[in-house]
Design a binder for this molecule. Sequence first.
Ligand code: 6R9
Length: 645
Amino acid sequence: MSDVPRYPVPEDFKKKTLIDNERYKSMYDASINNPDEFWSEQARQFLTWQKPWTQVTRSDLRKGKVEWFIDGKLNVSVNCIDRHLPARANQVAIIWEGDNPAEDKHITYAELHREVNKLANALRARGVKKGDRVCIYMPMIPEATYAMLACTRIGAVHSIVFGGFSPDALKDRIQNAGCEVLITADEGLRGGKRVPLKKNADAALAHCPEVHTNIVVRRTGGDVVWNDAKDVWYHELVAQQAEFCEPEIVDAEDPLFILYTSGSTGKPKGVLHTTGGYLLQAAMTHKYVFDYQEGDVYWCTADVGWVTGHSYIVYGPLANGATTLMFEGVPTWPDASRCWQVVDKHKVNIFYTAPTAIRALMGAGDDWVTKTSRASLRVLGTVGEPINPEAWQWFYRVVGDNRCPIVDTWWQTETGAHMLAPLPGAIDLKPGSATVPFFGVEPVLVDAEGNEVQGAGEGNLCIKRAWPSQIRSVYGDHQRCIDTYYSTYPGYYFTGDGARRDEDGYYWITGRVDDVLNVSGHRMGTAEVESALVLHESVAEAAVVGYPHDIKGQGIYAYVTLMDGTEPDDNLKKELVALCVREIGAIAKPDVIQWAPGLPKTRSGKIMRRILRKIAANELDSLGDTTTLADPAVVDDLIANRHGR
Ligand code: 6R9
């Protein structure tokens, strides 16, 4: 791809960067050739341990076994707060920017310490102990961060459920993780609209008798139904608590959190992360990939309900004693200038967002951007899906004024932290490429036969050696962890993504190779949406695929076969969309529903999604081999009635 433009590291940037190209190379070599020494040094530099480890790692990818910093002991909240107090008590830890532009808060490390300790005491008073699971279903308010850190203070394991998920999705996750405590809010506020979190939580809790305590933050003051048996106001609960809570010192391999993510089946997986390795890699990547320097104001626009919020709003930045901005609202409200207004208001230096947001803002026009200063910006970042070069170039030219490197970070819920990304002072950029591996990461491309592709080429992206922030298990189902990540190509961690490597060794993610959709950077299994659709009494069968969507990256295209005798109409379409929203959440709304009298199947009855994807994408010339179809006429009908024809 020699025609791809290359963006060298700006000379000015090179002078002040933490890691230049030479340093990147020598550190990367050390991380691969002397990993024990490398990781020991990093672990000592980045974290404070109560007791050092006796062995750096004991991992075997053939068995799906991963362990780091064996026998090491530490506490996450101590690392993210207490140890910073001598130097940073009055430094702002969290800048909170409300949905309403007139509302913000600055929370210092001393205040963060007090709030987290009080909540930790409150949780203890409610019987929460080390290892217990606590569900967090909250808007983007500081209390969400307090809740996460309060869990870590006492060794409890949090499981955050994104506030956009439905009561059903919340119920499934509470039950799967066996949570006995929920922390939520009366309502969330996004783009001026209220989100009925307490009401959703009530609906979920009706099916979760094990949950004895529901702690409710008063965010909007909106009406809620109160259940004296388990509901308790957050402010009343913490008001009675002492301002210091003795931290529970845990093992490096004790669980830190569970976070559910979609796979190829209908049932989300509880990705389990542990303490030492996760925190180390979150902190290291936050510092090196964003070139975070003392005094920088850093803003990641993700929601804490996703892994990006975990690692790059909370754990990475706070472990580094940084100032992290937490934004309650949405990038397009009150108007498309909001992000840049916030950048100017709080003098943001590092801005990390998703391609879908960039595309939406690009579509709104340059004026929203150019009327702001953005002079404080130094580094830009993207995550969640491949970024198309047009959006990349717009981000670079218009938002970054051709000054700010863009770090395109490839990683996953399962990897815990960045895996492929350009260190901004070290690596020349190519729009659309997540470039090169982070320290200690050994990516390989594997062909269908399981052989490694050498040099430039394409294949399934796998990782050849264990890394500290790696998934440890699927909660309650270790076999599923092995089956999903370690059995396809024995000896490797399989990412589920396809990728290409160019002649410079740069990686280009081509997208998922399994039945996982990426809609606006959110992962969703096609099977999850299908399971929701077939709940409708009129639906006999459904097949869901992704198709290219200008803003969302991928849209949801559903082929639906109705029961005999059911007349298709627009009303039914509306019901089906509403069903997906009710079962999963608004992110699972199908963009297109096409009535399909039949679905293309092999003679053994397998749906041929490859063909459905081609029809949805309007790539009718390249349908591929259709000779194995049981009934080829089905395809002709689908093409004839394709959406948009
Ligand atoms: C962090 C996060 C993971 C999937 C991953 C891939 C896609 C993420 C990307 C990217 C291309 C990037 N993905 N970052 N694709 N370039 N920079 O998003 O985690 O929600 O688990 O999604 O997202 O397909 O496999 P998660």
